[in-house]
Design a protein around this ligand. Structure first.
Ligand SMILES: *Cc1c(COP(=O)(O)O)cnc(C)c1O
Length: 393
């Protein structure tokens, strides 16, 4: 008989009932160090008192009103994001997938309004992940995401990861509406674009007129030590998707855009029942207030350096298990020489939560509030994970 919960997930038999900062507690009182943070979602740790207070205050005032009316917390968060980023305007969603869906619609609408509706091709990079809607899986295109879901949406093509010559060749054809990419691929195995490559991609887009759409759902909102990752490259996109970390665990996503990219989205062109919900935006405002603080971001960079240095040592000491690491800031991928599934499973034995990704990597995406002691504890547990696996190398 089929499970009452549709069996689309391969779940570990762990049932967490409470969270505190970087720690998760099971129903039988085991404490796990959470280096996955709900896949980069719980950016400020579990049950963060500031977020709990913001949510409680809002919950006593107003849970929901329709986007038929003005929504104060939504306007406040939009103003804050506009002040802190390249964006002139923001549309709120409940998830990254919905943000990707809107970004794709905006690209199409932009060229429609520009009088060139035939210019609708969006180029992505192999290994991309933008969510699970038909548009998002069509954009990413991998067999893993698309198998059995044909027919896919037309209008997408792919080039090999970080192959700028291939991208330039696509753009030279003159029909590319937009280039869409994650500055650090997440599901694809924590593969960062070099800042120089991002800057070159911006230039290529400018030369051809194509829009640049960045998916910062996983790598954004402080994760790599800047409020948004593209700041490392000194560039700005035309459209950016965010989600995951911006809600700190409350469902919230957004599309940020320049005025030029958003202008075609007239009243009636898009909408969402829950998007920009007061509860979500009250929490999101507290998250952005916390993370956009330069002192907070500096601390993220300091912690990231400590964790990265520790991973260097780990990969030296346990080189038969770990080949090295890649990523930026606190978005890191440990390259495994044994199966990454075995590493994740050995992590459970050490009360340590890790997240697998493609390319035989395990992801480390700890809460940005992780302490230096907790980083050291995580590294010690990773060393014990390696020792457990030595027989399998
Ligand atoms: C998780 C993710 C998404 C999808 O977000 P959901 O909230 O799961 O819909 C899109 N893009 C990237 C880069 C992601 O990591």
């Amino acid at each position: 008989m089929i499970d009452p919960v549709m069996p689309t997930y391969a779940r570990a038999p762990l049932d967490f009932v409470r969270g505190e900062g970087c720690w998760l507690l099971t129903d039988d009182d085991r404490r796990f160090l959470d280096l996955g943070a709900g896949i980069g979602v719980v950016s400020l740790g579990h049950a963060n008192p500031r977020l709990v207070a913001a949510l409680e205050t809002q919950a006593r005032q107003l849970w929901h009103v329709s986007n038929l009316y003005r929504i104060g917390p939504q306007e406040a968060l939009a103003r804050r994001l506009v002040a802190e980023t390249f964006a002139d305007t923001v549309f709120f969603t409940n998830s990254g997938t919905e943000a990707a869906e809107l970004a794709i619609k905006m690209v199409r609408r932009f060229w429609h309004e520009a009088g060139a509706p035939e210019r609708h091709r969006i180029v992505t990079f192999e290994g991309a992940f933008h969510g699970r809607s038909m548009a998002a899986i069509s954009a990413a295109g991998s067999e893993k995401l698309t198998r059995g879901f044909a027919p896919l949406l037309p209008g997408f093509s792919r080039v090999p990861f970080a192959d700028l010559d291939a991208l330039a060749a696509e753009l030279a054809r003159g029909d590319v509406a937009a280039v869409m990419l994650e500055p650090v691929q997440g599901e694809g195995g924590i593969r960062p674009f070099a800042p120089e490559d991002l800057s070159r991609i911006r230039t290529l887009c400018d030369e051809s007129g194509a829009l640049l759409v960045l998916d910062e759902v996983q790598c954004g909102t402080g994760r790599t030590g800047r409020l948004y990752d593209h700041e490392w490259a000194g560039i700005t996109p035309d459209i950016m998707m965010v989600a995951k970390g911006i809600g700190g665990g409350f469902p919230l996503g957004a599309v940020l855009a320049t005025e030029a990219a958003a202008r075609p989205m007239a009243p009636g062109s898009h909408g969402s029942t829950y998007g920009g919900n007061p509860l979500a935006c009250a929490v999101g405002l507290e998250v952005i207030d916390t993370i956009a603080d330069p002192v907070f971001l500096e601390a993220v960079r300091t912690k990231a350096a400590r964790l990265q240095d520790g991973l260097d040592v780990l990969a030296q000491d346990a080189n038969d298990i770990f080949a090295g690491w890649r990523g930026r800031g606190l978005m890191l991928g440990l390259e495994c020489r044994v199966s990454n599934a075995d590493v994740v499973a050995a992590g459970y034995e050490e009360n340590l939560l890790l997240v697998p990704a493609a390319d035989n990597v395990v992801r480390l995406l700890p809460p940005l509030t992780i302490s230096e002691d907790e980083i050291d504890e995580g590294l010690a547990r990773l060393a014990r994970v390696a020792r457990r696996l030595e027989g399998k190398a």
